[in-house]
Design a protein. Structure first.
Length: 430
């Protein structure tokens, strides 16, 4: 198959790395890609929202399968656009329709979908820009802390956890009236705060059948001990020891099955990945959010654990034959450590040359925010620069492998958390 993969981050490098391992892959193109994908595929200078350019490229290069990495083109309707083009009606695409992508594009839509389909989630109410007074009155009746979520896409920054009523009221006004997150917060979901341990479950679906991929736990905050500002993710591990078979059975029966059945029942076309952000609250699963694509950096910890042919999986998703696909998983543990530019997630400097040694055995170095300068040298070009994944028989071995490589990758002001997975190791020792 000739395959086009959209995106430029660590998630897409992991996808490209896995796709390139398949004998079914003839040519692999990545748009726009990064220096890491350039080593295993052909990068194409196309933006992920250049719909007409993507359509032209697909037809000119006899693309058999399109894999859409990030959420923005999905929410903007790329799948619907392509299937409306003459000659592309039957194009195999991994990624949901625009209506399906609304599960991530609108927090309010997502919560309503969960309620309609009996999916356990936190209690909530939604307020528009003209409903500030009603929102403030609602806050006074809620227990603290309380969660405020911008309804639309806000680059992972639209969720605030407020510890006091005053903070919640100020934040609600900033979001609704002062447009703190632009159009994304013209509607705000006010949500009950759930306590417990978070994890992510990934589901591949053709809209009718599903396969549950390895679960993962990611580490969002910049500081060790889960302190400081939220980021796009500082690391991840898979599998998750506290997600035992009994808990995952609850997830499947109470969340995965009602979600997939809900999509089919409501006539929402969905052929792609469904990321389910969960809270394990005293052994009971609750959905925090849906994402309509794989997560980052969880993808970098999940994909190495898939042993069956990955292109076969992608084709089965897009072609509606997922029920006959046999998913085979490795019992190995994966641990991913993210290396970032100093100052991230706020202002940071870029353009520093990077020294990249050969990755240690049992590790993979996924590029995320890297570029080549005019002389061809590798430089940091984003906040999150690398995701380094270690594999091992257990979490300790996987972490040791990842950190052995992390310590060899250097550039000015590089930063990484040294405590990824340590909370899980402590849980296991109790």
């Amino acid at each position: 198959m000739n395959i086009l993969l959209l995106g430029s981050g660590g998630r897409e490098h992991a996808f490209a790395w896995k796709i390139a391992q398949s004998p079914r892959c003839n040519q692999l193109f990545v748009a726009p890609g990064n220096p890491g994908t350039a080593e295993i595929a052909t990068n194409v200078p196309l933006g992920v929202t250049d719909f007409s350019g993507i359509s032209t490229f697909i037809q000119a290069n006899a693309i058999d399968l399109l894999v859409i990495g990030p959420e923005e083109p999905l929410v903007k309707g790329l799948v619907d656009y392509l299937h409306a083009q003459e000659g592309l009606e039957q194009l195999f695409v991994v990624g949901p329709s625009q209506l399906g992508a609304t599960l991530e594009g609108s927090k309010d839509f997502s919560k309503q979908f969960m309620l309609r389909n009996g999916v356990p989630t936190a209690a909530y109410a939604t307020f528009h820009t003209h409903q500030l007074e009603e929102g403030l009155a609602y806050l006074e009746k809620q227990s603290l802390p309380i969660v405020l979520k911008a309804d639309g896409l806000a680059a992972g920054k639209g969720v605030l956890i407020c510890g006091s009523l005053e903070e919640a009221k100020i934040s609600l006004k900033e979001m609704l009236v002062d447009a703190k997150f632009g159009d994304a917060s013209s509607k705000v979901v006010v949500e009950e705060f759930l306590t417990g341990i978070e994890l992510s479950v990934f589901v591949a679906t053709d809209g009718v059948s599903y396969k549950i991929l390895p679960e993962a736990k990611d580490y969002k905050r910049i500081g060790e001990g889960d302190t400081g500002l939220n980021t796009g993710g500082m690391g991840a591990i898979s599998p998750v020891p506290f997600a035992d078979a009994a808990f995952l059975k609850k997830v499947e029966e109470q969340i995965v099955i009602p979600s997939i059945q809900g999509l089919e029942k409501e006539g929402i076309p969905y052929k792609g990945f469904l990321f389910i952000g969960l809270m394990n609250s005293n052994g009971e699963p609750f959905v925090i959010e849906y994402n309509v694509r794989m997560g980052d950096p969880e993808t970098e910890a999940v994909l190495p654990r898939i042993e069956s042919d990955f292109v076969d999986l992608l084709e089965a998703i897009a072609g509606g034959t997922l029920s006959s696909y046999r998913l085979q998983l490795s019992p190995q543990t994966c641990a991913t450590v993210v290396m970032v530019s100093g100052g991230y997630p706020e202002a940071y400097e870029k353009g520093f040359p990077i020294v990249v040694p050969e990755a240690n055995s049992g590790t993979v170095l996924f590029h995320s925010g890297t570029a080549r300068n005019e002389s061809g040298a590798l430089i940091n070009s984003g906040g999150r620069v690398f995701a380094v994944t270690g594999m091992g028989a257990n979490l300790e071995d996987a972490l040791a492998a990842a950190y052995a490589t992390v310590k060899k990758v250097t550039w000015s002001k590089a930063y990484f958390r040294r405590d990824i997975g340590q909370d899980i190791l402590k849980l296991g020792s109790k």
